[in-house]
Design a protein around this ligand. Structure first.
Ligand code: FES
Length: 335
């Protein structure tokens, strides 16, 4: 049974299906509430329940502080309406380009990339409708384990979804993906989500910064830029970081993208390897960005994906130290 949700102070309202969250049902209805991680960690989807009954899916979610809890704030991505209700929540006027859809997906390929990264290719019956840089929530066959993974390709009518996934030491989801899931298995794919996607109407130069499996989302951004009508006039700098060269992979699809773009500059950075690293920058990937772009970084729109330590360091270096407009550094926080 659907529950009706009213947004206090507006004439907006939407239906929430049984078992869906407040955040996802709002997005499915074409509204654009503020959010990033969709998994309870970033805190950007905070709201207040004014009336009605709500189940809290993750009472200990790190996205809420003790003060938030004292003030009665909740997380829309962790709230499941149990009745019709009224909420006070920030909603942007700008509708999301693609409404998320929950559907089954079949695993078609597993391509090993490094000692701890692989590309997983899924197929859905419907077209793969998403913007470059977005992510999907994948529920594994046990029906309980759900994780967010970024697509590494671009939207297509063939229902082809590619993900570069890094094994998390001791991680329950990646141990299933890497050790147990076989080609032909079926998962539930819910998406797309995420706001750090390519802005097609932005004609500034592009810098993409990926750490670990963040190369997947950044590959999607590069491919998206290469598919634009004015690709031949565009310059993209791609920075890829890892501890050693064994941690770094550059997907083959980047080669074709490089031929379509006006210029594609690729720079790798290794933080823990001093010898035999070829022309890789020695240091952290945010330091490579500063070394290569310097003060010109303010001419760029920067996209980033990687561990929180990397995106935090990048924000300090580019926004605080070099004056890049914070709006021009785009990443979704997964803390
Ligand atoms: Fe809800 Fe991040 S905590 S979107």
């Amino acid at each position: 049974m659907d529950h009706h949700v009213s947004v206090v102070g507006t004439d907006l309202g939407f239906a929430c299906a049984e078992g869906d969250t407040l955040l996802r049902s709002a997005l499915r209805a074409g509204l654009s509430p503020t959010y990033e991680c969709n998994s309870g960690s970033c805190g950007s989807c905070r709201y207040e329940l004014v009336e009605g009954e709500m189940r809290d899916l993750r009472p200990d979610a790190p996205g809420l502080t003790a003060r938030d809890r004292r003030k009665g704030r909740r997380l829309a991505c962790q709230s499941e309406p149990l009745s019709s209700c009224s909420v006070r929540i920030a909603v942007s006027e700008q509708p999301a380009r693609h409404r998320p859809v929950r559907q089954t997906a079949d695993l078609r390929e597993i391509n090993r990339l490094t000692h701890d990264m692989a590309e997983f290719v899924f197929a859905t019956r419907r077209p793969a409708a998403f913007s470059p840089g977005q992510y999907a929530m994948i529920t594994l066959p046990d029906g309980r384990t759900e994780r967010a993974y970024s697509m590494s390709n671009i939207g297509n009518c063939h229902g082809n979804w590619r993900f570069v996934i890094k094994r998390t030491p001791g991680g329950s989801a990646t141990s299933v993906l890497f050790d147990h899931l076989e080609v032909g298995a079926t998962v539930v794919l819910d998406g797309p989500y995420g706001n750090a996607h390519l802005r097609e109407d932005d004609d500034r130069k592009i810098a993409c910064v990926g750490g670990g499996s963040g190369i997947g989302a950044m590959t999607s951004i590069v491919l998206g830029a290469a598919a634009l009508p004015d690709a031949a006039d565009r310059t993209v700098h791609l920075f890829v970081g890892g501890r050693t060269t064994d941690d770094i992979v550059l997907p083959e699809s980047l080669e074709l993208a490089g031929r379509r773009l006006g210029a594609l500059h690729v720079r790798t950075a290794v933080s823990e390897q001093h010898d035999d690293a070829g022309d890789a920058f020695r240091g952290f990937v945010h330091e490579a960005v500063v070394a290569d772009l310097g003060d010109d970084v303010t001419d760029f729109t920067c996209y980033a994906a990687g561990p929180p330590a990397m995106t935090d360091a990048l924000a300090r270096s580019l926004v605080i130290d070099r004056g890049l407009d914070a709006e021009l550094l785009r990443f979704d926080r997964f803390c």
